[in-house]
Design a protein around this ligand. Structure first.
Ligand code: ASP
Length: 319
């Protein structure tokens, strides 16, 4: 078995909380990330595919209310939820995505179904929901995604008339990154023992976004990309800028056509190209050799990585 099979995950990027966070509160985030990394590592250690490892990791991140995807998703300006998700298989360049859905309990699974059970790449809104329902996927009332913390976050955003990233800004809750101004997307990238790469991303988007707005997460090449020849990438941040920079694809193009290492390509995509248009956030990336890069231009990003056989996962929030 390849010793380099690896998984990396993120739970959003943003600015430091202005609240005093107790060690126990911070530890809850590390523990959540570590448990999810362990679950993904098990899939890879048992010879499972990168696609299955990232799918499981994002399922678990969607379920965790600490992060902004699935249950705990942010609100639009109309006090509704609109979720986006995407998955890509680096071995075949097949991809699937859904956007603007509010009744699909597991958005990432629906994205994977678009990849595996349709001839399309991206389905949106009512059509995406009908597709998922037709496959017998679990549907929920939009309230399932709501939490009081997210509703208060919307009211604060409305009071200041801004569209905000989920982990960014002044907040009253006890999170290491500021819950009103954090980018709350979740994502996973992995290399499996067969040498295949995969990436997955899922999000509620940005608090106070206009209904109908789609961010970078479900757009292949913007927020999500995977190609065995280069890297698997999942982004989090101000989606509009990631779309304009085609950030996930740019990283892979720098490696393919510019001969850059994963580290150099990831740093340049975030610190140069994205920063040049005032994009904020970060990404996680793994290449076919199992190198991992986790750059961000915000104060923090919930993140972690684990290689098969590691005694413990590595998790981090701040620089
Ligand atoms: N990139 C996501 C979006 O623009 C937001 C995030 O990362 O939290 O929808």
């Amino acid at each position: 078995m390849s010793p380099k099979a690896t998984i990396a995950i993120h739970g959003g990027a943003g600015t430091l909380s202005r609240n005093n966070i107790s060690p126990a509160q911070e530890a809850a985030y590390h523990e959540a990330l570590a448990a999810i990394l362990r679950a993904g590592e098990q899939v890879l250690a048992n010879g499972g595919t990168a696609l299955d490892a990232v799918s499981l990791a994002v399922d678990l991140l969607e379920d965790c209310p600490l992060f902004n995807a699935g249950h705990g998703a942010v609100f639009t300006s109309a006090e509704t939820h609109e979720l986006d998700a995407a998955v890509m298989d680096g071995a075949t360049l097949k991809a699937g995505a859904i956007a603007c859905v509010s009744h699909i309990k597991r958005p990432l699974r629906a994205a994977r179904a678009v990849m595996e059970c349709s001839e399309h790449v991206l389905l949106v809104g009512a059509g995406a929901e009908a597709f998922a329902q037709g496959l017998g996927m679990e549907m929920v009332s939009p309230d399932y995604f709501s939490t009081e913390a997210r509703r208060e976050q919307l009211y604060r955003a409305k009071a200041s008339s801004v569209t905000v990233l989920d982990h960014d800004g002044a907040a009253n809750n006890a999170a290491p990154l500021d819950e009103s101004r954090k980018f709350g997307t979740v994502g996973a990238v992995a290399l499996d023992v067969h040498g295949n790469l995969a990436a997955a991303t899922s999000t509620g988007g940005m608090t106070n976004k206009r209904p109908g707005r789609v961010g970078d997460s479900p757009l292949i090449g913007a927020g999500t990309y995977a190609d065995n020849r280069t890297a698997a990438v999942s982004c989090t941040g101000t989606g509009e800028m990631f779309i304009r920079a085609a950030t996930a694809y740019e990283l892979c193009a720098r490696m393919a056509y510019g001969g850059q290492s994963l580290e150099a390509a990831a740093e340049a995509a975030v610190m140069q190209s994205l920063s040049a248009i005032e994009g904020r956030g970060g990404l996680i990336a793994v290449d076919a050799q199992g190198n991992v890069s986790l750059p961000f231009n915000t104060e923090g990003m919930y993140r972690g990585q684990m290689r098969i056989g590691d005694a413990a996962p590595q998790t981090a929030i701040f620089r």
